[in-house]
Write a protein that binds this ligand. Structure first.
Ligand code: GSH
Length: 307
């Protein structure tokens, strides 16, 4: 993005690291502080990297209910637990600069062992033929997740599958209650509203780099409204993440959409020196502080600006 939006913010507003039960203890407070949003620079992985992760380090007797952790009588440890270095039946087909980061992050949140198949984009930004041949999916789009005999496409569908299969603590999609409905809303708004609107000016500009600014501005009106809505939601809830103070599937889906919109300036021009979406920027900073997110970026080499 031409201008880093965080530089326009009042320092007092910058994200405040807090204890986050969805991360490795002791939480984001050990990760960063100060006024700079952290950026994770890692070398790109080679193909066929095997990424390993562990189920989170919470006591098996703890269960996430609503916004807090409570004792549970059931043992959430299941067959998806794994030891370091163990190969996995789960493979993520990851395309650089894509929605694939949603799934890498989710796998890290779930502490699942998975194999990572990494693919760079073609110069045209299309997925390479090798991706389409290898992933086993019929759409040829990233991400694709393979779990045993199952091949799953669409990042939202993969998210729902992984949660239904492996989120034994219900911490990424709260049990049916108002928080569940709110999480679903964000999960679907990520594709059906935010990226739908954000990709219109993106594709128009890509098709014709000389598109008049006035046309692009007109095409960005909807993302402005979407971000206004998100800003109001975050301001009202006052929470660290979209649904409560821990990461949920709302964040793993919405994070990429909003990062993409901000990175490529797909929002309406703003008045100089005024930050219209301060809470949104703060939330993006909280995501970047999250250890599972940082692990996902490190393992995959995800960046929205590939070299
Ligand atoms: N709605 C789908 C979108 C999938 C999609 O369009 N993926 C893009 C990357 S973000 C892709 O594979 N692009 C490369 C291509 O179309 O060749 C999802 O959420 O998974």
């Amino acid at each position: 993005m031409e201008e880093n939006m965080s530089t326009k913010m009042d320092d007092s507003f910058l994200f405040t690291p807090e204890l986050d039960p969805s991360t490795d203890m002791p939480g984001p407070s050990e990760q960063s502080s100060g006024t700079q949003q952290p950026s994770v620079n890692v070398p790109l992985p080679s193909n066929n990297t095997t990424a390993t992760a562990f189920r989170h380090g919470l006591s098996p007797s703890m269960k996430f209910v609503g916004k807090s952790w409570t004792e549970s009588t059931t043992d959430p440890t299941t067959e998806n637990s794994a030891e370091n270095g163990q190969s996995s039946k789960i493979t993520l087909y990851f395309l650089q600069s894509s929605r694939s980061i949603r799934i890498a992050w989710l796998l890290e949140e779930l502490k699942l062992v998975y194999n990572l198949e990494y693919f760079d984009r073609e110069p045209s930004m299309a997925a390479p033929v090798s991706f389409k041949q290898a992933c086993g999916g019929s759409m040829g789009k990233a991400p694709v997740l393979v779990d045993g005999d199952l091949v799953i496409e669409e990042s939202g569908a993969i998210t729902q599958y992984l949660i239904a299969t492996y989120d034994n603590l219900n911490y990424l999609l709260p049990s049916p209650d108002p928080l569940y409905v709110k999480t679903l809303l964000f999960m679907h708004a990520a594709e059906g509203t935010f990226l739908l609107h954000g990709l219109v000016p993106f594709y128009v500009k890509r098709a014709d780099p000389d598109t008049p600014e006035a046309t692009l501005e007109a095409l960005k009106i909807d993302t402005g409204k979407d971000l206004d809505w998100l800003e109001a939601e975050l301001k009202t809830s006052g929470t660290r993440y979209l649904v409560g103070d821990t990461v949920t599937a709302a964040d793993t889906m919405m994070g990429f959409s909003v990062q993409f919109i901000m990175e490529f300036d797909l929002y309406p021009a703003q008045e100089e020196g005024v930050e219209r979406w301060q809470y949104v920027i703060k939330w993006l900073g909280n995501i970047e502080c999250s250890k599972p997110y940082q692990r996902a970026v490190k393992k995959t080499g995800h960046t929205l600006r590939p070299k």
